[in-house]
Write a protein that binds this ligand. Structure first.
Ligand SMILES: Cc1cc2nc3c(=O)[nH]c(=O)nc-3n(C[C@H](O)[C@H](O)[C@H](O)COP(=O)(O)OP(=O)(O)OC[C@H]3O[C@@H](n4cnc5c(N)ncnc54)[C@H](O)[C@@H]3O)c2cc1C
Ligand SMILES: *[C@@H]1O[C@H](CO)[C@@H](O)[C@H](O)[C@H]1NC(C)=O
Ligand SMILES: *[C@@H]1O[C@H](CO)[C@@H](O)[C@H](O)[C@H]1NC(C)=O
Ligand SMILES: *[C@@H]1O[C@H](CO)[C@@H](O)[C@H](O)[C@H]1NC(C)=O
Ligand SMILES: *[C@@H]1O[C@H](CO)[C@@H](O)[C@H](O)[C@H]1NC(C)=O
Ligand SMILES: *[C@@H]1O[C@H](CO)[C@@H](O)[C@H](O)[C@H]1NC(C)=O
Length: 810
């Protein structure tokens, strides 16, 4: 139930937070959600099916005076036959989507109250019924009923062709001639037609292949297709045709070649013809040559192998998804937070990334898993993404380098292409996992909530709701995503978003995997799933992903370090500015130290009673941050604003977010570090100059990983009192050095550092700053000695009494 609810709310994307806000409210919302859901999804067809859903309002505009023939299925959503037929009807819509200008499909749900009257007007008695409305129908036309229509795809297709051929004048203008061509016609063809290619399909009189291919190509320019019957002796002997069906390309000079295809069948002809040189979809610019692309695109065109997957695309996708798309949510809460957790967790488990990237995903995942509250702020998450902790060998490269997802124009391909690629890779990587839905549901939730293209997200969710539940093995998960992607490709072929250089096809093409394609007995195309799966697995497997155009790891890490250094410097600068502005005391470091201590004291006071209220508190602070952001910047997503937003957040984070669960956090983090960095960290720790200098005592006790080390260091110096700014600049900095500056001078914690403050304070107190412990120790000692005395008193009193009793006894 809860899941349904979640899905339903995200349909109304403005209301993401409704469902999972609190346990008490959820029941109410669930009902509302279910209501919305049923309203939003009435009927058997959705927007993704390429079938026009008719209502009384749309009947005139769709059916009257249309230039295409329209088939209308009248159904009742409760009728079992309609439900089973709806599958065929949807398949038909996908199968003949290229015929749309000549034949289009519509449907009307007569079970819906609003439609009942209209269905009656059309004389509908039983369901399902199909009526044909010819081109340029009159308003009073009630269509031609197709009695006993076939219930299979091929039968329906043939029926449509028969109806088209018998169509009386006026003929639907987009429909090409379907009758067989004679030799005389072919001979004079190029005198009257200005096309580059003429494709001739030789076939028997009762074959439909020629007509189907003709219609399949009706939206393409520079090509004409005609069927030639096997009785056309002259042409057959001229071209030496022996096979029926077969396809020949015929040229103005009278020369011809046979079209090479794997199987002599409709889909193979259509696919090959649509890709002939010079053949373009009507209204689309021709594809640009690669050499021209180099000059056309703003970035230099990167040559790449079209049949390979590139890590550069995957990393770019992660960068965009995590640093841009998510940034639109200053506060991530409820369902969105769960979606993010799932997404990162799946990435952590299955992303086949470089060690550096994997380390970052591990760290992001472990951080997120610990956020048990209702919300996290994006800025806190961003700190993790940018590795503000400066964990060794951990980074998510910044910037976009599209390779396999390059587009011939800046608005083509790129990120959405990367998203598809990413999730295909993940489903393949997850094939050994035990939960077949893991990756898919993570994808559904991420796309559903965060994917910037909202209509895409809605379509995707609809498709997921329809059939994702049927996925029960990881192999099926791989194939499900493949099918869904192909369905999207089918729908988008020829759309504005299609890059002419990368036409949308049902993938993989015969060139890429010829064994994947086969035909049914009736000649219809069929995917050979036994072949598709292995092909898919090798295409998207970890080992075949190319690493071209990737920036060097050491360079990335170096950049990251520099970035942190400069940020730290900026912060220092600001802090110094504030300090000098607000201070009259010439001993500039002293007050800072005091401030710092005061702040720590405050924390301690706040800590106890806060535990229960923490979730709400946090939410409020995050909300506050959100508000402030929207006040300070008109467009909260523009890059230049990020900085200011981050600052706002940092200020708030000290107060709001820091005092939760620190104990556990540290334990987890340490074990995480132990698991993943132990060897490295130990090496680093051993060579760390800072450690040698300041923590020799500790070193003897335990070889702490560098993580803990940094903590201790920070804590220690935070209490010891501060050295002047300049010395810190002069220390030639290892990473811990930078962290020092950061904390001492600002007195702020942020990002993951927040997690550590608790233990750090105790360490601080125990290692160097005895001032506070003095007091507490005294109290404890007093208390203990008092207890001791009390115990002794009771003990002796008892013994005395016992002895007295003993002596009293006889
Ligand atoms: C979840 C989702 C939903 C979307 N919905 C819409 C929408 O409703 N409307 C819209 O206009 N755009 C939508 N898009 C964008 C659209 O699908 C394309 O991603 C975009 O137009 C870029 O197309 P492309 O040519 O790069 O190929 P893409 O479709 O992005 O494919 C990327 C690469 O994946 C490979 N590939 C192609 N098909 C398959 C397959 N079936 N299985 C495995 N690999 C394949 C190919 O190598 C291809 O180059 C959606 C994107 C996503 C991620
Ligand atoms: C039908 O459409 C044609 C052009 O498409 C137009 O000339 C004609 O007036 C229309 N007729 C009606 C009744 O709308
Ligand atoms: C047709 O044949 C001529 C010579 O035989 C050749 O030059 C021309 O390129 C051919 N045209 C096509 C489209 O194959
Ligand atoms: C691309 O532009 C450069 C100069 O900017 C020019 O020399 C080169 O010929 C161009 N290449 C193509 C294929 O147009
Ligand atoms: C592209 O990759 C495929 C598959 O690995 C390979 O067979 C082909 O030779 C490559 N093409 C180029 C141009 O490198
Ligand atoms: C799944 O397990 C098999 C056998 O253990 C192994 O050969 C294969 O590489 C694994 N696949 C992935 C994607 O890890």
């Amino acid at each position: 139930m809860a899941r349904r609810c979640g899905r339903a709310t995200s349909l109304l994307s403005g209301q993401i937070h409704f469902c999972s806000r609190s346990a008490t409210k959820s029941a109410v919302w669930m009902c509302l959600c279910l209501l919305f859901r049923s309203a939003a999804e009435a009927g058997l067809y959705t927007a993704t099916d390429q079938i026009i859903s008719l209502t009384p309002d749309t009947v005139p505009s769709v059916l009257v005076n249309s230039t295409a023939v329209i088939l209308v299925e009248f159904y009742a959503s409760w009728c079992g036959h309609c439900i089973s037929f709806s599958k065929t009807y949807k398949t038909l819509a996908r199968d003949i989507k290229e015929w749309k200008p000549a034949v289009d499909l519509a449907a009307m749900d007569c079970a819906a109250d609003v439609n009942r009257f209209t269905c009656g007007m059309f004389g509908i008695r039983g369901y399902p019924s199909i009526k044909l409305f010819r081109a340029y129908s009159k308003p009073e036309s009630t269509g031609q009923i197709l009695r006993g229509f076939p219930r299979d795809l091929q039968g329906l297709r043939h029926l449509i062709i028969d109806k088209l051929e018998k169509h009386e004048e006026p003929w639907p203008p987009a429909c090409p001639p379907l009758e067989p061509a004679s030799q005389a016609e072919i001979d004079s063809f190029f005198e009257t037609n200005n096309v580059q290619h003429l494709a001739l399909i030789f076939e028997n009189v009762n074959s439909y292949v020629g007509r189907e291919v003709t219609l399949d190509l009706l939206q393409f320019d520079n090509i004409a297709v005609r069927r030639v019957l096997n009785t056309e002796e002259g042409l057959i002997t001229k071209l030496g045709v022996t096979e029926f069906p077969s396809c020949y390309l015929y040229y103005p000079g009278g020369n011809y070649t046979r079209l090479r295809v794997n199987i002599e069948a409709r889909t193979f002809y259509s696919y090959a013809l649509q890709r002939l040189p010079g053949v373009v979809r009507s209204g689309k610019p021709p594809p640009v040559k690669t050499e021209l692309l180099q000059n056309n695109t703003e970035e230099p065109w990167k040559p790449f192998n079209r049949s390979r997957v590139y890590m550069a695309d995957l990393e770019s996708t992660l960068h965009y998804s995590l640093r841009s798309e998510l940034a639109a949510y200053p506060s991530i809460r409820g369902a969105a937070l769960n979606a993010l957790k799932k997404y990162i967790s799946v990435l952590k488990k299955y992303f086949p990334g470089r060690p550096m990237v994997m380390n970052l995903l591990w760290s992001a995942d472990s951080w997120l898993q610990k956020q048990t509250g209702d919300a996290v702020s994006y800025e806190a998450f961003r700190e993790i993404l940018d590795n503000s902790e400066q964990l060794p060998d951990t980074a998510l490269p910044e910037g976009l380098t599209w390779v396999g997802c390059q587009g011939s124009q800046p608005h083509f391909r790129r990120y959405p292409c990367g998203v598809w690629t990413l999730f295909h890779v993940l489903t393949v990587q997850a094939m050994n996992s035990s939960d077949p839905q893991e990756v898919l549901s993570a994808m559904r939730d991420y796309i559903g909530i965060f994917f910037g293209c909202r209509p895409c997200a809605e379509h995707f969710k609809t498709m997921a709701e329809e059939s994702m539940a049927e996925v029960i093995t990881t192999k099926m998960a791989v194939l499900w995503l493949w099918t869904i992607h192909n369905r999207v490709n089918n729908r988008l072929a020829g759309a504005l978003s299609e890059d002419p250089n990368f036409p949308k096809i049902e993938w993989p093409s015969p060139e890429l995997c010829s064994a994947c394609h086969t035909v049914k007995e009736n000649g219809d195309h069929k995917w050979n799933q036994e072949e598709v799966l292995p092909f898919f697995v090798s295409y998207y497997s970890k080992n075949t992903i190319l690493t071209d155009y990737l920036e060097d790891e050491s360079l990335i890490l170096e950049k990251q370090r520099e970035k942190h250094a400069s940020e730290a410097r900026k912060r220092v600068g600001r802090q110094a500015g504030e300090a000098t502005g607000s201070m009259t005391n010439p001993l500039s470091t002293q007050p800072t130290a005091q401030e710092h201590e005061e702040e720590e004291d405050n924390e301690e006071e706040e800590e106890g009673p806060q535990d229960e209220a923490v979730v709400d508190e946090e939410a409020r602070y995050v909300d506050g941050a959100e508000e402030m952001v929207s006040k300070t910047s008109e467009s909260p997503w523009s890059k230049s604003d990020l900085g200011s937003r981050r600052q706002v957040h940092r200020k708030l984070s000290i107060v709001g977010i820091r005092m939760r669960e620190q104990q556990e956090d540290i334990v987890d983090l340490d074990s995480f570090v132990n698991r993943h960095y132990k060897a490295k960290a130990l090496r680093l720790a051993a060579s760390s100059r800072v450690k040698q200098r300041t923590l020799q005592r500790k070193e003897e006790q335990e070889p702490a990983p560098v993580f803990g080390l940094g903590m201790e260091l920070d804590g220690g110096l935070g209490m010891v009192g501060l050295q002047p700014l300049e010395t810190h600049f002069n220390i030639d900095v290892g990473q811990p050095g930078k962290r020092l500056q950061k904390r001492e001078l600002t007195g702020e914690y942020f990002g993951a550092e927040v997690e550590m403050s608790h233990r750090r304070r105790w360490m601080t107190a125990l290692s160097i700053g005895f001032s506070k412990v003095d007091i507490s120790l005294c109290v404890i000692l007093y208390f203990l000695s008092f207890m001791c005395l009390l115990a002794m008193y009771l003990f002796f009193k008892n013994r005395l009494r016992l002895r007295r009793a003993k002596t009293a006894l006889p």
